[in-house]
Design a protein around this ligand. Sequence first.
Ligand code: UD1
Ligand code: MG
Length: 461
Amino acid sequence: MSETVNWSSIVLAAGKGTRMKSPLPKVLHPVAGQPMLSRIVKNLTQLGFAETRIVAGHGYPLVEAVMTNYRVTLHKQIEQKGTADAVQSAQPSDMSGHILIINGDHPLIEKEDILFFMSEFMSQKLDLAVVTCQLKNPKEFGRIVRYHGELKAIVEVKDASVETRKIKEINTGIYCVRAEVLNELLPKVTNFNANKEFYLTDIVSLALEAHFKVGTIAAKSRVAFGVNTQAELARASQYLFRKKAQALMESGVLILDPDSTYVEETVQIESGCALYPNVFIRGNTKIDSFTSVEPHSFIVDSEIGKSVQIKAGTYLERVKIYNEASVGPYARLRPETIIGEKAHVGNFVEMKKVKFGKSSKAGHLTYLGDAEIGEEVNIGCGTITCNYAVDKKKYKTIIGNRVFVGSDSQFVAPIEIGDDAVIGSGSTITKNVPPRALAVARGRQVTKENWSQKKEEEPNK
Ligand code: UD1
Ligand code: MG
């Protein structure tokens, strides 16, 4: 994007996040399914920033692992000595152009917000800009101190007088700054304050003293929403889920209770679909029109066709379901499963890596794994593919079209059943079955007349 060619960014993410009371570094806590830090970094990389430097410290190896697939560099802040020290740890002395500095714990910032800050910074021809916001309850945020309307300083609450604390305009922790200005000012920051920390906020008064052009950019309160506690983390997720539900309803999706609908932003759902309460739909899921998803279903990275019924309590992960199929209640379809058009998968059925043909049925209590099942097949209740052998390898079951599998049958893979074959109920099938054959593999029934009566007559036997 042309607006960002001359821009780099520094994301501050080294803090411990003590108030999260969690062993996970704060910035890795997920908000509506994605770590806070990933959300920010995704926005920056999608905007085409020349480079993004992440300052990490607490939980560095974990942050590094989460960031491996992003176009960023990590910079270690050995000791968390304050936000100015954090920026210094990013070694900005070799940076040029303009720099956006942003906190890693503000997950609700959108790409459009960032573009707006950059364009304001450029149009006001500033050397340093602080993004500020008016809040009814400014809590612990640094206060924006003005004199005759002109920005004078940012004062942290711990260092603020009672009067200063009354100020409602706060520092969001986002700054736009020319690289050479930042590099001139950073070494001048001291730690003479209540926290004995090197405050990045001090560069405002330092810049004014040095007669640089310093200004503010007004942002929406959403930008200032920072996560410091588990309760705030939950609020951030709720905000995004609610926003997504709202957008879906506006596009014609029927949602019974938007407050208990958990659809991630990355999901696509066509109009005419219905979502019941407590559905959780994640990742790269796509759902075509007129499909209904009943309560307590969990769907991740799946593709679901038109007029499909996902019945209550169904768990779907990386699967594809074609039009007019029905799945559940209480079905579990594991990765690489493909359910054909008009097929039916009923309650307590688990499938893994299965190609399940058009109009086939597996109504109840069944495990199918590593299998190819043809069209119009009936899989009886309690059928099992024994795909895992003593050699610890997985083997495949292939079942042709229109096969009828009687209840309580097992297929010991590798095995192949021809078209139109019939498997007698209770069979353990260990050999291939040719097309149109009947295979029965179970103990023959032995019936002994009056057997129990005989036992009574001979009590010692
Ligand atoms: C900071 C600002 C405050 C602003 C608020 C907005 C300072 C001194 N204060 O306060 O004016 O209103 O953000 O949220 O800058 N970090 C490091 N290394 C450190 C310290 C912090 O990387 O040594 C990171 C944290 O991980 C976090 C960010 O910097 O992402 C902000 O740090 P935090 O301690 O949360 O600062 P606040 O007290 O919130
Ligand atoms: Mg903070």
